[in-house]
Design a protein around this ligand. Structure first.
Ligand code: 5GP
Length: 194
């Protein structure tokens, strides 16, 4: 997605050979106009998949996911990373190792909000080693619902997550694919993958 790539070049900062910071439009401040276009792009890419629900992980997945949900006219459920006082019963859980925080979180979703008849699109902000996506797949699978695909805003193609998920047969669509962050420079992958 051209606009997203331009935004990454203009505002992204490379923190290391493997971490990109995009706090000005996705991970802290949010650019709602760009999020709207991201939501529309996900909606277009998964239009033929009969999606009934979108599932993401708090907090940075919520902005792109809510825009996709709005465009696709389906509800959004976000998995929580921390225990909630009000959400205690009927919880589905999975352990997720966080690439950026270097800690394991138990993520939770109430079983109330995913039915086995659902056809779920998983959305997240970044794809690195695939732990977050695997955790969400794990939780959705516990409900018996189907997984229609995985939509990622920024995939780091030099890490293994995308390959692993595609090898498992999931349709993974990424709106920007980074080939490298070496030497403080962002390079995009040329080939389109679906
Ligand atoms: P994975 O679980 O695929 O290893 O990593 C994906 C998760 O880690 C995303 O939910 C995202 O929050 C975070 N993440 C991974 N790599 C980056 C990165 O380069 N920049 C930012 N801002 N977040 C990242």
């Amino acid at each position: 997605m051209k606009k997203l790539e331009e935004k990454i070049i203009k505002e992204g900062s490379v923190l290391s050979d493997s971490v990109l910071k995009v706090d000005s439009f996705l991970n802290h401040q949010v650019d709602p106009f760009l999020m709207k276009e991201i939501g529309e792009e996900f909606s277009r890419l998964f239009a033929d998949r009969g999606i009934t629900k979108i599932v993401t992980l708090e907090s940075s997945g919520i902005a792109p996911a809510v825009m996709a949900a709005l465009t696709m006219d389906v509800p959004l459920v976000f998995a929580r990373k921390r225990k909630s006082l009000t959400l205690t019963e009927g919880l589905l859980t999975a352990d997720v190792y966080s690439f950026t925080k270097e800690e394991t979180n138990t993520i939770t979703i109430s079983e109330k909000y995913i039915k086995k008849t659902d056809n779920v699109l998983i959305i997240d902000d970044f794809l690195a080693n695939g732990q977050a996506a695997e955790g969400l797949i794990n939780i959705v699978s516990q409900t018996g619902a189907s997984i229609a695909g995985i939509g990622i805003v920024i995939e780091k193609a030099f890490q293994d997550g995308g390959k692993l998920l595609r090898e498992k047969g999931f349709k993974v669509e990424s709106l920007a694919r980074l080939q490298s962050l070496s030497g403080g420079k962002v390079e995009f992958a040329e080939e389109a993958l679906t």
